[in-house]
Ligand binder design. Structure first.
Ligand SMILES: [Zn+2]
Length: 463
């Protein structure tokens, strides 16, 4: 039984409650002001954009948007929290009760969304001198307040996720949704998308839930699925030897593949939530919610289902997770088979959004693939991915040497120049063939299809 808690850093121009710039990678403590450093007498002013974007995300997750939401103070003491409380939302969050569809190879799964609420991020603690930046064994710790006060949306799912792989696919599709909404970079390695998982196990057929543990801050899709898999196994083995799982927060260490306790879990009572007296409740107008609803792109689950008959489930899922599915139809419109187009988009496409790809050029490149030497094909794929028509036209003219007569002549030369290798191959050393293929390719300056050369050489040497 897996439930996920996802934090998404919004890429608003300014922070949640002050005018400091919201950005990544600056000198530490250069983006701070009396408000986000919690000087006495300062007052928070909510960021309208952050509230609108949270509503938008809530709508994309099928949530109800509350007519009235309240910011609460969540108290805890830690060096990364100057106020000693975080402004968050408690029992009146902006978005509640949605669901998100995750298609699988065997039908689709609907993951319930408990809530999505808006809060401010804590500052970043940097532990110096310890192993791998961990607090354990560190000589001292520094605090960078640039991140303090950055708007953060927390999304909490029902414990509906049933496998580590499903957790990974849910997260990939959620990330793609967030990126398409244009509200966050959602990059796990930079921490603008963070995921914790609540994990418990039970016997087949058992109803109800056993004690759960919380896995913290797994910072890649792979670590999320590996970490959950390790924890499921740990819990199962505890029950198998007749012990009980203890509720605690755990850290997954990707280098050892093991989970270790981080701290005991706080309960809501410990935080002494109370409404922030310096802020009025958020009451989004119905017209605003309807306007935002119209800006929501089609959810990824439906797009995967639509592409599946043409390209199969796994390619459809990869395409949508990578956000490359909108390019598929424009390419197939130029007479390319959907599977070939999908494979191109997943394996050969190099566009990164800096220049527009040209579907017609991509289609031409795919069609000429068999006639092109591999290196030339790769360069053409790159040029077509950024719409460089001149380069594609030049490259597509460099077709491979397909004239068997010319290849035969070069093979004659190579066989004559490499008598000992030829003898070794005929004596049973299959591996030598690769070397001989390489020699022929060199003579063609890479302008032959190595598979064709391989065939011709084999025919020559095996007779
Ligand atoms: Zn500030």
């Amino acid at each position: 039984m897996i439930g996920l808690e996802i934090h998404v850093q919004l890429k608003t121009r300014t922070k949640m409650f002050c005018r400091c710039a919201n950005g990544w990678g600056d000198e530490p403590n250069t983006r701070t002001c009396p408000v986000c450093l919690a000087h006495p007498g300062t007052l928070p002013v909510p960021n309208r954009q952050a509230i609108e974007w949270t509503i938008k995300l809530g709508l994309a997750l099928g949530c109800e948007i509350a007519p009235r939401a309240v910011f609460h103070r969540k108290h805890y003491v830690y060096p990364d929290l100057a106020k000693s409380y975080q402004l968050s939302q408690y029992d009146e969050p902006l978005c509640t009760g949605g669901s998100f569809v995750v298609p699988g190879a065997e039908g689709e799964r609907e993951i319930g969304i408990v809530r999505a609420h808006l809060e401010e991020d804590a500052a970043k603690t940097i532990h110096v001198g310890g192993a791998a930046g961990r607090i354990a064994g560190a000589d001292y710790s520094l605090v960078d307040f640039n991140r303090g006060g950055v708007p953060l949306v927390e999304i909490v799912t029902q414990p509906d996720v049933r496998s580590p792989d499903e957790a990974r696919r849910f997260l990939q599709l959620l990330r793609q949704t967030v990126v398409e909404l244009g509200i966050s970079d959602a990059e796990m390695e930079k921490g603008s998308l963070r995921c914790d998982a609540n994990v418990s196990v039970r016997e087949v057929g058992e109803t109800g839930f056993r004690t759960k543990t919380e896995l913290k801050n797994m910072n890649s899709f792979k670590f999320v699925s590996d970490g959950i898999a390790a924890e499921l196994e740990r819990q199962a083995s505890i029950y198998e030897r007749g012990d009980d799982v203890v509720q605690q927060t755990l850290h997954y260490d990707p280098s050892s593949g093991e989970v270790a306790p981080l701290r005991s879990k706080e309960y809501a009572d410990d935080y002494r939530y109370f409404p922030e007296p310096d802020l009025v409740p958020v009451e989004p107008a119905r017209e605003l919610v309807e306007r935002l609803r119209n800006e929501i792109p089609e959810p990824p689950g439906g797009r995967i289902r639509r592409l599946e008959p043409d390209v199969g489930f796994s390619l459809a899922s990869e395409l949508v997770s990578a956000g490359r599915d909108p390019l598929l139809a424009p390419i197939t419109a130029h007479g390319v088979d959907p599977k070939a187009a999908a494979n191109f988009l997943m394996n050969d496409y190099t566009g990164d959004g800096t220049a527009a790809p040209d579907p017609a050029l991509i289609a031409e490149t795919i069609k000429k693939r068999r006639e092109l030497p591999p290196d030339v094909y790769r360069q053409a794929a790159e040029a077509a991915s950024v719409g460089n028509a001149t380069a594609v036209a030049e490259l597509l003219e460099q077709t491979a040497i397909t004239d068997t007569g010319e290849l035969d002549r070069l093979i004659d030369q190579v066989v004559a120049e490499n008598e000992s290798q030829v003898a070794a191959y005929r004596g049973g050393k299959q591996g030598v063939l690769g070397f001989l293929v390489g020699q022929v390719m060199k003579k063609t300056q890479g302008k032959a299809d190595p598979r064709r050369v391989n065939e011709l050489l084999r025919e020559r040497l095996d007779t």
